[in-house]
Design a protein around this ligand. Structure first.
Ligand SMILES: Nc1ncnc2c1ncn2[C@@H]1O[C@H](COP(=O)(O)OP(=O)(O)OP(=O)(O)O)[C@@H](O)[C@H]1O
Ligand SMILES: *[C@@H]1O[C@H](CO)[C@@H](O)[C@H](O)[C@H]1NC(C)=O
Ligand SMILES: *[C@@H]1O[C@H](CO)[C@@H](O)[C@H](O)[C@H]1NC(C)=O
Ligand SMILES: *[C@@H]1O[C@H](CO)[C@@H](O)[C@H](O)[C@H]1NC(C)=O
Ligand SMILES: *[C@@H]1O[C@H](CO)[C@@H](O)[C@H](O)[C@H]1NC(C)=O
Ligand SMILES: *[C@@H]1O[C@H](CO)[C@@H](O)[C@H](O)[C@H]1NC(C)=O
Ligand SMILES: *[C@@H]1O[C@H](CO)[C@@H](O)[C@H](O)[C@H]1NC(C)=O
Ligand SMILES: CC(=O)N[C@H]1CO[C@H](CO)[C@@H](O)[C@@H]1O
Ligand SMILES: [Mg+2]
Length: 694
């Protein structure tokens, strides 16, 4: 054997003996292992170490036992003399009971022959011994208990005490939990307060004195809580395990350990509580405080949820609905907020008018300061959203100087908002007719203005019918849909009824829409809208503008009731000048008026085939001669449903809408039940006379 190997063997055996004689260790938290000692701690029962290094002996479940022991046995006695060595320990613990005032049961520093303490019971036995073993000297169990339940069976002094237990749970010495402050005054300490308590247990083998000290602080009070004169030599065996035991009973507490230092034969270090892991649970010092806090938290939570729900509801309510067709070219989408701001929250002062589909508001766009008219169409509208989808799809890409330009739209859950150019001079009906008998009569529109408006509308209608790759049927040509811009140009608005038809395809529809007085006879029979039904409505509009009268005037004399019949009769009698608006006071171009009247009658021909196309209409209006117009059409034998319909309507401006494809005479006869009507123009209370100049 070489010198070197002898030295190596010597060192090895020395280190081995040093390990065997290990008598000092410190746990700062229990996950990192003990300094200079075993790298772990032996757990038994429900004891466990959490991620933060806190050792929990029990949780708040009843009848549990938890054990935690230093893994290796320690030499507690001089094997030769049999005298117990001095030892010293310090540890930090906390007891968090299920119910703040009721602990259950407690924890004990333990020196025992085994790490498992087999047969031990929970509850008042603290997981140390069983009922038949209490007081049995052969169990060699030494413990310092921190008891939070008063057991009369064991003669406990109260439910918050520290006791020295030899062979069992009847304390040989005990004291109510307290500590001595720096000034020497004794202060009570609540063991089950949930806060960290440090305990020191010092045994002087020579003096045979056991001191137990507790404190909520890091530094050790100079005066121990318990000074118990005891010789542990007969109690302990040579080699013993040291650790902790805790239990719960019907009442339960969580028992925690945060750090532990132990030293044989010397005084152990005190623990710096601030360097130890802290309790994961909030301190339950005061149940009222806890309840108040919970109630506050609950109220805050409910408020937060309500606020969030309201916010989400608001967002959903105001959410712009986007659909595929909205991405096609043309006008752009507006945000609801933008339009709301533009119209000052859709306030009544900005209301321009009320139509068959909803209200129209005036607005100023926040960015461009441009004035717009916002038509707000609600879902309650009988026509529903389909017409508006069609309107957008068509008008979006149509541009003509005599069309009211659509700038954009916005969809919200309940509404569709259409943004049009603002027409400062309003709609033609407001200028032609006197709707408000008490108000100021509208300013007179001169003949040149009227004729220019008619030419503008005609060119717009021609553009719709022929100027695009698809035929666009307006379906609702009437005075209220002719708007006047700042230059007093007539502009056709409201494509709500418009429907697209491919060129050549047979235009068919399942819905009859329009306004009574403008409906072509074949439209009321078949429900089919066509370019000629638009021409019929344009004819009615021409006569309206020339005569300054609604197509059907209920307050007029029976022969003047239906404008078309009256004008036709007067034209046949050669007295067409009678029908020209008397407010013009004879100031009109006779040639132009004659062309307009004849053209109006032609357009309003009962037979669709006999009516001119819009191209012809535009040509005649652009400087046509009355003589060039075809011979005056014969009055029809059968009035195509319109005349029969008229007496049922108090106002000429009733909108008709029905889902039926064909409307027979009988159906028209019982118009009130089969046609859905809604009045959207104030009914003229007075006849024409009121508006006539005195
Ligand atoms: N772009 C606009 N600029 C200025 N005023 C407008 C504009 N659009 C509509 N208005 C006004 O709002 C009123 C209501 O229009 P709306 O189109 O809703 O009803 P209507 O034309 O009478 O009937 P319909 O529902 O058949 O179109 C119009 O009479 C007009 O005075
Ligand atoms: C307590 O620990 C036991 C055993 O680990 C477990 O079954 C029980 O669910 C735990 N109870 C609580 C409240 O954590
Ligand atoms: C044990 O006791 C004997 C006799 O009293 C003594 O000689 C010896 O040094 C002691 N051993 C220790 C480790 O204290
Ligand atoms: C009590 O504990 C001792 C030792 O731990 C064991 O021998 C005994 O059987 C136990 N008694 C009961 C009733 O469990
Ligand atoms: C401590 O109490 C146990 C039983 O309760 C008894 O057997 C023992 O003698 C006592 N020891 C001292 C030192 O009082
Ligand atoms: C126990 O406490 C007394 C009184 O403070 C003290 O004199 C003695 O040294 C202490 N003993 C130990 C081992 O700490
Ligand atoms: C039309 O509107 C413009 C701009 O608001 C205005 O200047 C003009 O006087 C109006 N014309 C009539 C006839 O009201
Ligand atoms: C996992 C681990 O380190 N276990 C050790 C715990 O301590 C005992 C005694 O010191 C060792 O035997 C184990 O190996
Ligand atoms: Mg309109």
């Amino acid at each position: 054997m070489s010198k070197r190997s002898i030295l190596f063997t010597l060192l090895f055996s020395l280190s081995l003996s040093a390990a065997a004689q290990q008598d000092e260790f410190t746990y700062i938290g229990f996950s990192g292992g003990a300094n200079g000692g075993g790298s772990n701690i032996s757990l038994n029962g429900v004891a466990e170490v959490d991620n933060s290094g806190i050792l929990r002996l029990t949780n708040e479940t009843s009848r549990l036992i938890g054990h935690a022991f230093y893994p290796a046995a320690l030499r507690f006695r001089n094997a030769t003399s049999g005298a117990a060595f001095s030892f010293s320990t310090a540890f930090a613990f906390a007891i968090v009971p299920e119910y703040p005032k009721l602990g259950g049961h407690g924890l004990a520093f333990t020196i025992a022959p085994t790490k498992e303490l087999p047969g031990a019971l929970p509850s008042q036995y603290l997981g140390l011994v069983n009922a038949s073993d209490v007081g049995n000297p052969t169990n060699h169990v030494f413990a310092v208990e921190f008891d939070t339940v008063q057991d009369f069976e064991f003669g406990d002094i109260n439910d918050n005490h520290v006791g020295v237990d030899i062979y069992g749970l009847v304390s040989n010495s005990s004291a109510s939990a307290a500590y001595y402050g720096g000034d020497g005054a004794k202060k009570d300490l609540n063991l089950k307060g949930g806060f960290t308590i440090q305990a020191w247990i010092d045994y002087d083998g020579g003096e045979k004195v056991l001191n137990v000290t507790i404190s909520p602080f890091s530094s050790k009070p100079s005066t121990p809580l318990l000074l118990f004169r005891v010789d542990l030599s007969p109690v302990l065996l040579d080699d013993m395990f040291v650790g902790f035991s805790a239990s719960t009973g019907l009442l339960a507490s969580s028992h925690y350990l945060f750090g532990w230092s132990f030293k044989m034969k010397c005084v152990s270090r005190s623990l710096d509580l601030s360097s130890l892991p802290s309790l994961p649970l909030p301190k339950k010092k005061n149940i009222t405080l806890a309840i108040a806090a919970s109630i506050t938290a609950f109220v805050l939570l409910i408020t937060a949820i309500a606020a969030a729900a309201a916010f989400i509801f608001y967002k959903i309510k105001n959410a712009d609905v986007i659909e595929q067709w909205e991405f096609s070219c043309g006008p752009h989408r507006f945000s609801y907020e933008e339009l709301k701001r533009a119209t000052h929250g859709f306030r009544d002062r900005e209301l321009l008018g009320l139509g068959g589909f909803g209200k129209v508001y005036r607005g100023t766009l926040p960015g461009s300061r441009a004035e717009v008219a916002v038509k707000r169409v609600s879902h309650e509208s009988r026509q529903g959203i389909r017409e508006f989808v069609a309107e957008i799809a068509s008008i979006g890409r149509l541009r003509h100087r005599n069309l009211v330009q659509l700038q954009g739209w916005c969809r919200r859950r309940g509404d569709l908002l259409l943004v049009y150019d603002y027409m400062p001079n309003g709609s033609l009906d407001k200028l032609l007719f006197c709707d408000d008998p008490c108000g100021q009569p509208p300013p007179l529109i001169s003949w040149p203005q009227r004729f220019r408006i008619l030419r503008g509308v005609a060119s717009a209608l021609l553009y719709l019918h022929e100027g695009w790759e698809q035929v666009v049927i307006h379906r609702d040509v009437k005075a209220s849909n002719v708007l006047l811009d700042a230059e007093f140009n007539g502009r056709l608005g409201d494509f709500g009824m418009a429907k697209l038809h491919d060129h050549g395809a047979n235009p068919s529809t399942t819905r009859l829409v329009g306004t009574v007085g403008y409906l072509a006879p074949e439209l009321t029979r078949t429900g089919r809208a066509s370019t000629s039904s638009d021409v019929f409505a344009f004819g009615a509009l021409v006569l309206e503008v020339v005569c300054g009268r609604r197509p059907i005037e209920p307050k007029a004399s029976p022969e003047e009731l239906v404008l078309l019949d009256w004008v036709r009769e007067r034209w046949s009698a050669g007295r067409w000048a009678d029908v020209v608006d008397p407010r013009l006071d004879g100031e009109y171009e006779r040639e132009e008026a004659a062309v307009a009247i004849k053209l109006g009658l032609w357009c309003s021909h009962p037979s669709a085939a006999a009516r001119p196309g819009m191209r012809e209409v535009v040509r005649y209006l652009d400087g046509g001669d009355v003589a060039e117009l075809p011979p005056f059409p014969r009055p029809p034998e059968s009035n195509g449903g319109l005349d029969g319909l008229a007496p049922f309507y108090p106002s000429s401006a009733e909108k008709v809408s029905t889902g039926s494809t064909s409307l027979g005479e009988e159906a028209v006869g019982s118009a009130h039940s089969s046609l859905s009507l809604h009045s959207h123009d104030p009914m003229p209370e007075q006849g024409l006379d009121h508006c006539r100049p005195p």
